[in-house]
Design a protein around this ligand. Structure first.
Ligand SMILES: Cc1cc2nc3c(=O)[nH]c(=O)nc-3n(C[C@H](O)[C@H](O)[C@H](O)COP(=O)(O)O)c2cc1C
Length: 498
């Protein structure tokens, strides 16, 4: 049984699985005018499609609580009604696919006012549509302009801004709110001695440096319903202390454990554990799972649930993280940009059910008959393939298995649960675009139909498929792609893609 596809309950909210979409800025909102910061059709399609991809939770990108809190002028914001209304469309679309809509509330602080990454990520001057930045101290990030040190009154206003944005988030239909305390942005810059040089109640000791982020969390928690969870994203380390030759002061994993305990007492329900972003030249040993040890440590030492993130790419990798108790959930970022339907592939590989959009087929059962990999490979042995050329065709389920056409064709084989009843058996060879992960499902081909079209109900599961083919003297094939290639004379379409 897959842990990744086991629901996670946080407070009163059950999140259907533990594969979640990490917040990712898309730099695609209007930069100015009444539409500034308002989610567009792009955001709607982008986020709804990730929800259709079967993730348990879809987190909206860093969304600024006030205009100067945007990373770039093209960031999302949630400080007015127009933005709130547009977000309501997104939460409805995400929820319609069975995912939990979540939003990350943020202020970019001294790293704000930069260009889109694909235009160079350079600071945008006020004369060019940017703005003067603020921070804990007049300490610049890298070669950015120095920020203005925030006054205590301004800090108080920002705490209220986060709370107001949380209220708007709730009104827009979000069920999870995450406070962005990572990656060198405003709250993170208060935490780290690398940026915070204040000498008042908001600087100096760890307790003082934690004050502002904790005030924000308290204010957000105060307006967020008791039954819904609050998350906090942290950078567990500035990657200074890990480098013994670097003598600079930085935020450490020990500090993170202290912070996690404070967050826990203030009602944070899960720590989203990232790293870095504070010190531009601190080397980061990025590799699969490289941030998992931080999530693991926080979880072990505090008991606070955590989510791991960073180069989590493969289903087995994600499964191992949650099944071994290193984290309670995983966030995926770039892999979901490459492969929006990753969770469906993961479910299939892990022998779990995934939640396909009802429009693509059944909601009550997975789109393909799945089982543990071992069980499928046993069927490979059972399905003695005679070596003869098989006229029937194989629906091949692989990385692009989310294609609606494929889904429909599978329904054609097995009959639908969507009220339309079984459709005609279909005949087609599917190949898929990249690596192959799954087994095959057989439907009768054109020449089979001369020998009598089987009852579509007999194709409801692979065992019955095998039985049917044994009964009719034809051969069931459950093979890996290589075998398929050997045994099949592929159609031109499959040849193209192979
Ligand atoms: C295009 C892009 C935009 C991102 N925007 C955000 C963001 O808005 N908030 C945030 O906390 N992290 C952001 N991140 C970091 C991701 O959420 C994630 O932590 C990081 O990409 C590592 O995960 P991955 O290896 O699965 O991509 C962004 C990453 C990318 C690639």
């Amino acid at each position: 049984m897959s842990t990744l596809f086991t629901p996670l309950k946080l407070r009163g909210l059950e999140i259907p699985n533990r594969a979640w979409m990490s917040p990712m800025c898309m730099y695609s909102a209007r930069s100015e005018g009444p539409e500034a910061g308002v989610p567009t059709d792009f955001h709607l399609a982008h986020l709804a499609d990730r929800a259709a991809g079967g993730l348990g939770l879809v987190m909206v990108e860093a969304t600024a609580v006030r205009p100067e809190g945007r990373i770039s002028p093209w960031d999302l914001g949630l400080w007015n009604d127009r933005q709130q209304e547009a977000f309501a469309r997104i939460t409805a679309a995400v929820r319609a696919h069975g995912s939990v809509p979540a939003i990350q509330l943020a202020h970019a602080g001294r790293k704000a006012s930069v260009d889109k990454p694909w235009l160079g990520n350079r600071p945008v001057a006020p004369a060019d549509g940017g703005w003067a930045t603020v921070g804990p101290s007049a300490e610049p990030f890298h070669d950015h302009p120095a920020p203005t040190e925030l006054t205590v009154e301004e800090i108080g206003q920002l705490v209220r801004d986060f709370a107001t944005a949380a209220e708007r988030s709730l009104a827009a239909g979000f069920e999870v709110v995450e406070v962005h305390g990572a990656h060198g942005y405003l709250l993170n810059s208060f935490l780290s001695p690398a940026a915070n040089r204040r000498t008042d109640a908001y600087g100096g000791t760890l307790e003082n440096r934690m004050r502002f982020p904790l005030e924000v969390v308290e204010a957000v928690r105060a307006v967020w319903p008791e039954h819904l969870p609050v998350l906090f994203r942290t950078s567990a380390t500035d990657w200074i202390s890990e480098n013994t030759e670097d003598t600079r002061e930085g935020w450490t994993v020990e500090d993170t454990v202290r912070l996690a305990k404070e967050l826990q007492t203030r009602g944070v329900d899960l720590l989203d554990v990232s790293t870095g972003g504070m010190v531009h030249d601190a080397p980061i040993p990025a590799a699969p799972d490289y941030q998992v040890p931080f999530a693991e440590r926080v979880r072990q030492e505090t008991g606070l649930p955590t989510a791991a993130v960073g180069l989590i790419l493969e289903p087995a990798q994600a499964e191992a993280i949650v099944a071994s108790g290193r984290a309670d959930a995983v966030f995926l970022g770039r892999q979901l940009l490459r492969e929006p339907y990753w969770a469906h592939r993961a479910a299939e590989e892990l022998g779990a059910e995934s939640r396909w959009p009802v429009q693509y087929g059944s909601r009550r059962r997975p789109p393909f008959e799945v089982g543990p990999t071992r069980a499928r490979s046993r069927r490979v042995e059972e399905g003695t393939f005679a070596g003869a050329r098989v006229p029937s065709l194989v629906v091949w389920l692989g990385r692009d298995a989310g294609a609606p056409q494929l889904r429909r064709e599978r329904e054609g084989v097995g009959g639908g649960d969507d009220g339309e009843g079984p459709r005609a058996p279909v005949c087609r060879v599917h190949s898929e675009s990249s690596a192959v992960h799954s087994t095959s499902l057989i439907s009768p081909g054109p020449s089979c139909q001369n020998q009598g079209t089987p009852d579509p109900d007999s194709f409801r599961d692979e065992t019955k498929v095998s039985r049917h083919f044994r009964r009719t003297g034809r051969t069931a094939l459950f093979a890996k792609r290589k075998d398929l290639r050997q045994e099949f004379d592929p159609s031109p379409r499959s040849g193209e893609n192979a």
